[in-house]
Design a protein around this ligand. Structure first.
Ligand code: ARG
Ligand code: ZN
Length: 875
């Protein structure tokens, strides 16, 4: 049941209008649908095809006449009417059971309230429909439900009518003025309260903004509301894009598979990305809310007004919208150094999650060629690598050129369902550029490897930079063609300053964007007065692995001086990675671990350099993760990596103890909590200082962590202190965990943190995770809770998960199978934790294979999990 991009055909019928009537009841909801359809002139197919899943069909009428079996056929979730006139009105009545729906796909009940999730193919769980994104229609929705239980009735667009019905019921009628694909449909019927305000749009219109939450959470909606207003303003200013509705709603729900959903005018959010105040949310949570509120809002243009022709084009809206939310978050900080920190975090995400995906059995191009289950392709490749691809247009064309491309894209495609190629064509045409080769970023999977070497000629004052590229084979793609790679380069002089650049006769400032299009090219810089240190791939100008034979001295020079903060950070990461790999090898062989003074002193210099933002220093001090180290090894030894990294942390803690204490004191944030970047940066630096001190614990560091835990005025400091206590195995850890639980037992999102911290702690083994699962607050049914424990253990605690006895894998197999019975989408995510199994020692591999085969052999496995497991076993 693999679906291929090349098999796309246009729909046989188009839908102009949809009228939906809902009689909402948790056990049996009646859905009445009335579709006006017409034959698609662009199609050669004859009949009508509707999709439906887990529905009970009660009635089906075409142009007023009841259809009987024989007039239509239903097989494997497709309803076919083979003979139909050109103009059709279909009336369909179906039944569904939202309360039984544990998949959280389609119409479901969470905490007694009704919600929907229709992307990608959830609408077919609500009614029979040509549920594909290239069928766009205008919707009118009538909701009927018990008034006491469900006082709030919401759907897309504008409220046009509301009132009471007999038997204690009421109704609301909603109309969405814009055509939309079915995946953007949404309804909410619930007992909720809202924070609202009217907001003046650029053109003078007033828009009503609402954030809906459960009673008791109105003290946690301010930041989401502020982020929404900032998003609306930003899209007006940066892209000239306005809100096209009079009303924009955000609704928070605690049972949700993903982060949030951009349903037209009615965004539905995981509570994690809405609810915040200083008592319960960390700086990272606040940043997540800003980014996700922005992301969903920006989808209104990039996704909703212009949508995808088919699901292979998913990155058309997701890559672009992630890029937009990244730019939004960067602009909200406003300073260059603040922007750079957001960029560093993006690079870290790519290396932590996307590069491994690109190198594993699920590797796929940004625009996949095939899938079994589309929900498995909401990936870091489609989202984050997709955003990198969009960013490269901006790097190649400049900000203004990119804006011109965006303007043309909307001019050409408003209210259409289009392809990634259409976006590329708009960028090319608006700028008079040939971007044909750039297409390979969409079609070829795998992370390109950029190999660079430099040669300085003191007689001719030239510096020759040779750039070569290659890309490893990925499943189904043995050979790759060269990519069009923007490589931003600077040359540092001995004084650490950027040398002025002339390359190919053209002058640049301190940074030149070279365009590598061949397998190998030489770029000659002229007028180079001294032998430079090259700073290559500035601002991470392309999602590639860079190999350059840097010496320690060159890296130290870059780490101290590079004017590009991303590469300055990168130099530190390289210094650390080299050492981590050596320490890991030493640890594996049981030989002595040693860390050189040069490295320690480089770290000290950054730590105490008060001319640098605290947030930058925090990032520079943060070592590559155990996962990133693992990605560098041919045969991964999780325990040796862990020991090496812990050793490095402890030595830094010991050797920099006095400076760490001083920076801790210098970066306190007294007074009222504020999530702004400067304050968050100070907390980040202070808390990484605490983490290093706790990695080399003595009575002072322990007292410091305990005091911070007791006295902290915000969740960021609370969590940091608790993590330090847990990781240093402080005698105070158990009591602190207990206190934390008791204080927040009413705050589900905080209890998630309580599980997550324990799951990721180096001291937590499989047996402890099993016992945490027996805690009364644990449930597999809530995705946030399941992720907090299972995912944080499987992905965030590699040394324990990969226990040599294979107990982690057996546990993983059990949980994937248990979750699959409830919620295949979440189960398939957990299944991905085994992606890199072929990189481990033969002994571990054998045990991982056993676990994979166990899951593969489970009865009634979902498509979602089957696809992930099959690919892991066959690639
Ligand atoms: N379009 C949503 C977003 O990126 C994601 C929804 C995905 N949901 C799913 N079940 N695949 O904001
Ligand atoms: Zn999105």
């Amino acid at each position: 049941q693999t679906i291929y991009r090349k098999d796309y055909t246009p729909p046989a019928y188009l839908v102009d209008t949809v009228e939906l009537g809902f009689d909402l009841d948790p056990e049996t909801t009646i859905v009445a649908s009335r579709l006006t359809m017409r034959r698609n002139p662009d199609s050669t197919e004859a009949g009508i095809e509707l999709y439906g899943q887990n529905l009970k069909l009660v009635a089906l009428r075409m142009n007023g006449a009841t259809l009987r079996e024989g007039d239509y056929r239903i097989s494997s979730n497709v309803l076919r009417i083979s003979k139909a006139p050109d103009q059709v009105t279909l009336e369909i009545e179906t039944l569904t059971s939202p309360a039984q729906n544990t998949t959280l796909n389609g119409l479901y009940v969470s905490n007694g309230n009704f919600f929907t999730q229709c992307e990608a193919e959830g609408f077919r769980c609500i009614t029979y429909f040509p549920d594909r994104p290239d069928v766009m229609a205008k919707y009118t929705v009538m909701l009927r439900a018990d008034k006491q239980k469900y006082p709030v009735l919401l759907s897309n667009g504008n409220l046009v009518e509301a009132g009471d019905l007999p038997d204690g019921r009421h109704y609301a009628k909603w109309e969405d003025p814009f055509k939309k694909p079915s995946y953007l449909f949404a309804l909410v019927a619930a007992r909720l309260v809202c924070q609202e305000e009217t907001f003046k749009l650029m053109d003078g219109r007033d828009a009503l903004l609402q954030v809906w939450v459960e009673d008791g959470n109105l003290d946690k909606t301010d930041y989401a509301m502020q982020s929404l207003k900032n998003s609306i303003r930003w899209d007006e200013e940066r892209f000239g894009l306005e809100l096209d509705l009079d009303r924009f709603m955000i609704v928070a729900v605690s049972d949700f598979n993903m982060g949030a959903m951009e349903n037209k005018g009615l965004n539905i959010f995981n509570t994690k990305f809405v609810l915040a105040n200083s008592r319960v949310a960390t700086d990272v949570d606040y940043a997540g809310i800003e980014a996700v509120v922005g992301h969903e809002y920006f989808h209104n243009w990039t996704g909703n007004r212009v949508t995808c022709r088919d699901w292979f084009q998913l990155s058309l809206k997701e890559g672009l919208t992630v890029f937009r939310d990244q730019e939004f978050s960067a602009d909200m900080i406003g300073t260059d150094s603040g922007r750079a920190v957001t960029r560093i975090e993006q690079v870290r995400t790519l290396r932590q999650a996307q590069f491994p995906e690109d190198a594993g059995p699920m590797a796929h191009p940004v625009r996949p060629d095939s899938f079994v289950e589309i929900n498995n392709f909401y990936t870091v490749t489609v989202y984050e690598k997709g955003a990198e691809v969009v960013r490269m247009y901006q790097t190649l064309l400049g900000r203004d050129g990119f804006r011109k491309g965006m303007d043309l894209y909307f001019k050409r495609h408003d209210e259409q369902a289009v392809e990634c190629d259409d976006f590329r064509a708009a960028m090319a045409d608006a700028n008079g550029r040939d971007l044909a080769q750039f297409e390979r970023w969409y079609s070829q999977a795998g992370t390109p490897v950029l190999t660079a070497s430099g040669k300085y000629d003191a007689r001719w004052l030239t510096f020759e930079l040779t750039l070569s590229q290659s890309c490893p084979a990925t499943p189904g793609q043995p050979d790759k063609l060269p990519f069009h790679i923007p490589v931003a380069v600077g040359l540092l002089g001995a004084d650490g300053k950027d040398l002025p650049l002339t390359v190919g006769g053209k002058q640049h400032g301190g940074t030149a964007v070279l365009e590598l299009t061949e397998a190998s090219q030489v770029f000659r810089f002229t007028g180079v007065k001294e032998e430079p240190t090259p700073s290559i791939l500035r601002d991470f100008s392309a999602p590639v692995v860079l190999n350059y034979p840097y010496t320690d001295d060159e890296l130290l020079h870059l780490f101290s001086h590079d004017s590009d903060p991303v590469n300055r950070w990168e130099a530190g990461q390289r210094l650390a990675m080299e050492r981590l790999l050596k320490l890991t090898a030493a640890s594996a062989h049981g030989s002595k671990q040693e860390l050189d003074d040069t490295f320690i002193e480089a770290m000290r210099k950054i730590l105490v350099d008060e001319s640098l933002d605290a947030a930058f220093r925090e990032n520079a001090l943060l070592l590559p993760s155990e996962t990133m180290v693992a990605e560098q090894m041919e045969v991964v030894d999780p325990q040796a990596i862990h020991r090496a990294r812990q050793f490095m942390r402890r030595v830094i803690g010991e050797r920099l103890r006095a400076d760490l204490h001083a920076q801790y004191d210098a970066n306190l944030t007294p007074g009222d909590y504020s999530p702004d970047a400067i304050s968050a940066g100070k907390r980040g630096l202070k808390n990484i200082a605490l983490a290093y001190l706790s990695a080399a614990p003595d009575e002072h560091s322990d007292a410091l962590a305990r005091r911070q835990f007791d006295e902290a005025g915000n969740m960021t400091d609370r969590v940091a202190a608790l993590v330090s206590l847990i990781h240093s195995e402080s005698a105070g850890a158990a009591l602190a965990l207990e206190k934390f639980y008791d204080e927040f037992d009413n705050e589900a999102l905080v209890i998630d943190k309580w599980f997550a911290m324990q799951a990721a702690a180096p001291g937590t083994d499989v047996a402890m995770v099993r016992s945490l699962m027996r805690h009364p607050a644990f449930t597999l049914k809530n995705p946030n809770r399941a992720r907090s424990l299972l995912f944080n253990f499987a992905n965030g605690n590699p040394a324990q998960f990969h226990a040599p006895d294979g107990s982690g894998y057996a546990y993983w197999a059990e949980q994937v199978m248990a979750l699959d019975k409830l919620n295949p989408q979440v189960a398939a995510r957990l299944a991905r934790s085994m992606d890199r199994w072929r990189r481990y020692s033969p002994a571990l591999q054998a045990q991982m294979k056993t676990a994979l085969q166990k899951v593969a052999g489970a009865p009634k496995l979902s498509n979602d999990v089957t696809e992930v497991i099959t690919k892991a076993l066959s690639n």
